[in-house]
Design a protein around this ligand. Structure first.
Ligand SMILES: [Zn+2]
Length: 273
């Protein structure tokens, strides 16, 4: 997304793609706009990859700072450790320099940074009050994206859920919500899509509890859930799903609904069964 501020362009999530930086620069030149700054909603590789090729300072939330900067930290966040080559959709080796950090509530170039944590620790939405637009990054997903992976990628289910509820308030106020993966929505359409995201979370949790009537490891859980959500499992999709599943396991464990058991490996099961 491009926000025009003080007759200069501010890029939100410069993105990825081999010619993308050239396209962005060309488009801005055509409009006679200098690129003043780049803002990122979070540090995932697909949001920041071309940033170093654009001559404008990059700003990130302080929780995302080291994720943007370090290729290894990006892999840790999306895989859990160093990832096998080719396993993450947008893996790349390069470091990305962050020039400034912000806090939620700060206003940068006419955009207010909104806390939408859950998909990543410092996930931030950028609210353009002047134009009634909220650039929501990966705080919610389009239907097709969710159908292709089964469960939304997240690192903290309760934060993700709270963020969706906050987005519902913005949708009720009539704001246009723009996700990174999916089409922009407002009004009823936004309401329905956010409801679909929430429903996926609830369904995932219900299914996990159902499956954990018998002890199960997280790998098998990922496999069984992909069947439930009618996703064709690939090693990459299952590996990606392990992250949100581990987060669900932590939530259910902390709520004392499940316990850890040793049964030819670490497994989880419903408590007291
Ligand atoms: Zn992301």
């Amino acid at each position: 997304m491009v926000k025009i501020h003080d007759e200069k362009a501010v890029l939100v999530d410069p993105g990825q793609g081999s010619g993308r930086h050239k396209d962005l620069k060309r488009e801005m030149r055509k409009l006679g706009l200098e690129i003043r700054a780049q803002l990122t909603t979070h540090g995932h590789a697909d949001h920041v990859r071309v940033a170093p090729k654009i001559e404008a300072p990059l700003f990130a939330h302080r929780f995302e700072f080291s994720i943007v900067e370090s290729p290894l930290n990006r892999e840790i966040l999306t895989f859990g450790s160093k990832a096998p080559r080719g396993f993450l959709v947008s893996q790349f080796e390069g470091e990305v320099r962050v020039h400034g950090i912000f806090e939620w509530g700060d206003v940068l170039f006419g955009l207010r940074a909104i806390k939408l944590s859950g998909h990543s620790p410092g996930m931030t939405g950028f609210l353009d009050e002047e134009n009634s637009v909220l650039y929501a990054g990966d705080s919610f997903f389009g239907e097709r994206v969710l159908q292709s992976v089964g469960i939304p990628y997240l690192v903290e289910p309760e934060l993700f859920e709270n963020s969706i509820k906050q987005l519902q308030d913005y949708a009720d106020e009539g704001l246009l919500l723009i996700p990174s993966h999916g089409k922009a929505v407002k009004g009823d359409e936004a309401g329905k899509l956010l409801e679909f995201n929430l429903h996926r979370l609830e369904e995932a949790e219900t299914m996990i509890l159902k499956l954990l009537k018998s002890p199960m490891g997280i790998d098998e859980l990922a496999y069984r859930l992909s069947g439930y959500f009618d996703v064709s499992p690939t090693p990459q999709i299952l590996a990606l799903n392990l992250v949100p599943l581990r987060a669900f396991i932590a939530k259910l464990y902390n709520e004392e609904k499940i316990e850890a058991v040793m049964d030819r490996g670490l497994k989880w099961k419903l408590r007291g069964d």
